[in-house]
Ligand binder design. Structure first.
Ligand SMILES: Nc1nc2c([nH]c(=O)n2[C@@H]2O[C@H](COP(=O)(O)OP(=O)(O)OP(=O)(O)O)[C@@H](O)[C@H]2O)c(=O)[nH]1
Length: 138
């Protein structure tokens, strides 16, 4: 059996505004093409996860965020690679998101998430987030 490469830690952001959060659509021709995801990306060597998140959000969306809270990391094996996905709740402190690397951006409510096709690794994150915000006056 062929070993699946482990791509290491990937950080992602649940960017909140007015009771919604931002999702981004992956382009055609990339892994998990056309799926909707949380903005973010791979942690580079020598970089902390939080620094990686700030870098990725600046590169991908042109924004600066404040990190509010880390949610539970998810270790997931796709058929061809595995990863550890670390989610953070964030607020934008400057800039307005522009999709530099994605084909579309949308602000959705947690109840809308069922209508979007997310990567499998994101499902437990969406579930934890749903539980969290249902207990908050979000
Ligand atoms: N940013 C982000 N990546 C995710 C999420 N869920 C998930 O499985 N991933 C995977 O984590 C990896 C993130 O890597 P990346 O964003 O830095 O790299 P990339 O698009 O250039 O990926 P690629 O070079 O593998 O095509 C991708 O393989 C992506 O499919 C998510 O919600 N957000």
């Amino acid at each position: 059996m062929k070993a699946r490469p482990h791509i290491g830690d990937v950080v992602c952001a649940i960017i909140e505004r007015n009771g919604r959060f931002l999702i981004a659509r992956r382009p055609e021709g990339k892994t998990l093409a056309l799926k909707w995801e949380f903005p973010g990306g791979k942690v580079e060597s020598g970089e902390s996860p939080r620094d990686a998140l700030h870098r990725e959000l600046a590169e991908e969306l042109g924004i600066v965020v404040e990190i509010l809270q880390r949610l539970s990391p998810v270790v997931y094996s796709y058929s061809d690679f595995s990863l550890r996905l670390i989610p953070y709740r964030c607020l934008i402190v400057s800039g307005e998101p522009v999709p530099v690397e994605h084909t579309a951006l949308e602000w959705i409510s947690v109840d809308d998430a069922v209508f979007y096709d997310f990567p499998e690794a994101d499902i437990p994150i969406l579930e934890e987030y749903r539980m969290l915000v249902s207990g908050e006056s979000f």
